[in-house]
Design a protein around this ligand. Structure first.
Ligand code: ADP
Ligand code: GN1
Ligand code: MG
Length: 361
C-alpha cells in the first residue's frame, strides 16, 4: 500500500490489510514489527466528504479537546480518544497522485466491537459512553466547519429526495411505489422535529452524528473505551446521537436483514441504553431535548429508510453495496424497525419519563 509510506508510523510496517464493516471509507489495519504500535489507515470517501482537509481539522480539534479532558480525569488519552498520526511532512492527511485522501490514527488494541447490543447492561454502558462523550464536548468553544451540510437535516433530506425522485436516473422508481409511500406518509411529522431545532427550541451542540454501535470500541470489561469514526463530528442536535444509537443497539436483526421477522426493537435494550445515557446527559439536557428523545429514535430510523431508498433510486452512488438489491433490502429492514418503534412508541415515552423522574428524585 503506497499511501502507508507517507505517514510517520513508529516502527517498521509488516503488513497492511483491509478491516471493518464501514459503509463509507476503505479501512486498513497497519501491522508493524515487534512492539511498535499498530495503526489504522483509511482512504476517506471523497464523494461524500467534499472537504477532507476541513474534516480532518474538525477531528483534530475534537480529539485535542477530548484528550485534555481525559488527562484531567486521570484517564489514558491514547486509548480513550482517537490519536491522529500525521504524515511525514506533518499534515493531517495525505493526498495521493490519483487525488485520493488518506488519513491514519493509532490502532487501539484489546477492544471489542459489536454490531448490536447483546444485553441491557452493555447497552447501558454504551449510553453512558455517549453521554460522557457529549458532556466532554459541551464546553468546546472552537467552531467546527460544516463539512456535511444538511447531514441530519430533514428539510435537506427531503430536498435531495424530491430531486432524485424527479430525475429517477436509473428508472427504479416504478418498482418502489409502496416504499415511496412509507416516506411520503411521514413527511410532515418528521419535518416537525427539525423545525423545532431551526427555531432554536432545541440547542446546537457538538455531536458525533454516527453513533451506531460499531463506531464504539468497548474494553474487555464491556465499558465504552473510545468513540471512533469521527468523520461526522458537527454542530447539530444531540438527539441525533441518541436516535442513531437506539436505531442500531435495539435492533434484534441486522441493518440489512432479509428475514424481517428478526427485525424489531428490543425494549429491554432501549431501556438499558436510555438509562445509561440519561445517567450522564441529565446534567445538560434541556426539557425540549428530553421531550423529544423517544421521537428522535423514530426520526433517525426514518431518515435511514429515506437515505437507503433514495440511494437505491439514485443507482447506488452513496453506500457500498454488495449487489443491486442491497439498498432495497436495507430500506425494508430499517422500515420494519421503524414500524416496530411506532408500535412501541408509547412505551418508549413512558420509559424515558420514568427514568427522568427517578433520576430527579
Ligand atoms: P467507516 O467510516 O467506513 O465506518 P470506521 O472509522 O468506523 O470506518 O472504521 C471501520 C472499523 O475499523 C471500525 O468499525 C472498527 O472496527 C475499526 N477501527 C477503526 N478505527 C479504529 C481504531 N483507532 N482502533 C481500533 N479499531 C478501529
Ligand atoms: C454510514 O461510516 P459508517 O458506516 O459508520 C453513514 C451513516 C449511516 C450508516 C448506516 C458519513 O456510517 O450516516 O447511518 O452508514 N455515514 C455517513 O449504517 O453517511
Ligand atoms: Mg464506522
Amino acid at each position: 500500500m503506497n499511501a502507508g509510506k507517507h505517514f510517520s508510523f513508529d516502527g517498521q510496517v509488516k503488513e497492511i490489510r483491509p478491516l471493518g464493516e464501514g459503509l463509507i471509507n476503505d479501512t486498513f489495519f497497519v501491522e508493524t514489527v515487534g512492539d511498535s504500535p499498530n495503526y489504522i489507515l483509511q482512504k476517506k470517501n471523497k464523494n461524500i466528504f467534499k472537504d477532507i482537509p476541513a474534516m480532518m481539522d474538525n477531528i483534530h480539534k475534537v480529539t485535542s479537546h477530548l484528550k485534555e479532558k481525559i488527562i484531567k480525569k486521570g484517564g489514558n488519552p491514547l486509548r480513550e480518544a482517537l490519536t491522529i498520526t500525521p504524515t511525514k511532512d506533518n499534515k493531517l492527511y495525505y493526498l495521493d497522485e490519483e487525488g485520493e485522501y488518506w488519513a491514519a490514527c493509532l490502532f487501539i488494541d484489546n477492544t471489542l466491537t459489536y454490531e448490536y447490543a447483546d444485553s441491557p447492561e452493555l447497552a447501558a454502558r454504551g449510553g453512558k459512553g455517549i453521554g460522557q462523550f457529549q458532556a466532554m464536548l459541551a464546553d468546546m468553544n472552537e467552531p467546527l466547519a460544516d463539512i456535511l451540510p444538511g447531514f441530519h437535516n430533514m428539510k435537506y433530506r427531503f430536498q435531495q429526495w424530491d430531486e432524485v425522485l424527479m430525475k429517477d436516473p436509473v428508472a427504479r422508481k416504478s418498482q418502489v411505489q409502496k416504499e415511496i409511500e412509507w416516506i411520503e406518509s411521514r413527511r410532515n411529522e418528521m419535518l416537525a422535529l427539525w423545525e423545532k431545532f431551526e427555531a432554536g427550541e432545541i440547542p446546537v451542540r457538538i455531536t458525533h452524528n454516527d453513533t451506531k454501535i460499531n463506531n464504539i470500541l468497548f474494553d474487555k470489561q464491556g465499558n465504552v473505551l473510545c468513540v471512533i469514526d469521527l468523520d461526522t463530528v458537527l454542530s447539530s442536535m444531540c438527539l441525533n446521537d441518541y436516535g442513531d444509537a437506539i436505531r442500531s443497539y435495539t435492533n434484534a436483526g441486522k441493518e440489512d436483514d432479509e428475514n424481517l421477522d428478526k427485525v424489531y426493537v428490543k425494549m429491554d435494550i432501549f431501556e438499558g441504553y436510555t438509562k445509561g445515557y440519561l445517567s450522564e446527559a441529565i446534567s445538560f439536557l434541556t426539557p425540549a431535548e428530553i421531550e423529544n428523545l423517544a421521537f428522535s429514535a423514530k426520526y433517525i430510523t426514518f431518515e435511514q429508510v429515506l437515505r437507503f431508498l433514495m440511494d437505491y433510486i439514485d443507482g447506488d452512488n452513496y453506500y457500498k453495496v454488495k449487489d443491486e438489491k442491497h439498498n432495497l433490502v436495507r430500506t425494508r429492514a430499517q422500515y420494519k424497525l421503524l414500524r416496530s418503534m411506532e408500535e412501541n412508541y408509547d412505551m418508549m415515552c413512558n420509559i424515558v419519563n420514568k427514568l427522568v423522574a427517578d433520576l430527579r428524585k
